[in-house]
Structure formats: C-alpha cells, structure tokens
Design a protein around this ligand. Sequence first.
Ligand SMILES: C[S@@+](CC[C@H](N)C(=O)[O-])C[C@H]1O[C@@H](n2cnc3c(N)ncnc32)[C@H](O)[C@@H]1O
Length: 221
Amino acid sequence: MNSLEDPRIAAVLDDLHRAARRDTRVFLRALPSVAAGLLRGRGVVDSAKPHLRDAFIPIDAAQGRVLYQLARAQGARRIVEFGASFGISTIYLAAAVRDNGGGCVVTTELEPGKVAGAQANYRRAGVEAEIELRAGDALETLRRIDGPIDILFLDGWKEACLPVLRLLEPHLLRGSCVLCDDTKPFRRTLKPYLDHVRGNPGRYVSLELPLGDGLEFSVVV
Ligand SMILES: C[S@@+](CC[C@H](N)C(=O)[O-])C[C@H]1O[C@@H](n2cnc3c(N)ncnc32)[C@H](O)[C@@H]1O
C-alpha cells in the first residue's frame, strides 16, 4: 500500500506544490523590506516575516518523498512536525503513518490563516484522521507529547529549531530521526542547532542531505 499513489492525496499534493510556486511573488514583494532591514542590521527572515503570512515556503516533492520513504522504512507511528504552513509536508508524513498501519502526526502552526488552510487541505486529501494540528507557538503547543517520537521534522523559523529540539529530546529514543530543513540559506542562524547535532557523537549521528535547500538528517544513537 502506498498512499502517495492515492488519487485524492496525489491531486492535493500536486495542487499545493503548484500553488506554492507563486511564493516567488511574495518574496519579490518582500524585497524592499528585506533590503531596508539589512541596512538596519535586522535578519532576512525577521524583515520578511510580515510578507510570509500567506507564503507556503514548503519542502519540494523530492523531500516529501524522502520523508515518506524514511517514515515507511522506520515504520513510524508517532511523528512531530514544527511548522505546518499550508500542510504539504504534513500530508507526506500522514500518508506514511497511515500506510504503516495508523498513528499520528502532531504538527503546529503559528499563523491562524495557515492553520485554517492546512486543516482544509488535510480534509481534501483525506488524511485528517492521522493529523493533530495544534495552533500556536511550538514551544507551547508541543509541550505535551504522549510517548516516544519516531521522527521529528523541524521546519519552523530557524532560531526556534534548537529550543524545539531540546524541548522534545526527552521523547527521542535510539533510532529516532530528526530532520531540519533549509540548512544552506540559514547556516548562520542554525549554527547552534548544527553544533548540537554534529557535536554530540554519543547522542546523534548527523549529516546534511543535498535535498531542497539542505536537509540536516540526524539519527539518535
Ligand atoms: C517553512 S514553513 C513550513 C513549511 C511546511 N513544513 C511545508 O513543507 O509545507 C514554516 C512555518 O513555520 C511556522 N512557524 C514559525 N515559527 C513557529 C512557531 N514558533 N510555532 C509554530 N509555527 C511556527 C511559520 O508560520 C511558517 O508557516
């Protein structure tokens, strides 16, 4: 069984990836604010944030398939995601959980408009039963997780990736996988995170996969 071939899921993913290509316009609109912010010493994401409320900024289809395949290989039943946006990555993960025999993807999103959009997309894809979407700041919404996490996918704003990882570390067991997206453009912001997963060889083995804008893949050992 491979739910990525399910016509309903495939059609929704196709549709969402196509819609996400329009993000280029959002980034163009954000350019003047980013330039002004840089002159004032602000970070790119901080300056662009007001423009990103309706931007997907998603994983690409190859990353989605890798997440799906990893979750299948692992037989993942409990997955936690930081940063749902409009739900593209969650749908890949939920498809895997379903094909593994059931379970839950707990995901979280800060922007109310995206929360509503993601819920609608989960329903359209028919995967809402496998997803629990928690609205709000991940550092609050992910405080309660019932049991060990098989896969943790970190794709929210980059300065929060290490705090979210630290919050959830008590739920990571040997063999748990942690993935963090966008390592190339955010190498500086992610330095404390990358130092943590690469500098603790007794706890993690870790390397950057050349997928999308760089996907750090860490396994708890
Ligand atoms: C790169 S997008 C996520 C894309 C999504 N994973 C996908 O592939 O479709 C990052 C999202 O994280 C959300 N976010 C950022 N910081 C957050 C936080 N502290 N708590 C919850 N969501 C957050 C943003 O609003 C944004 O929608």
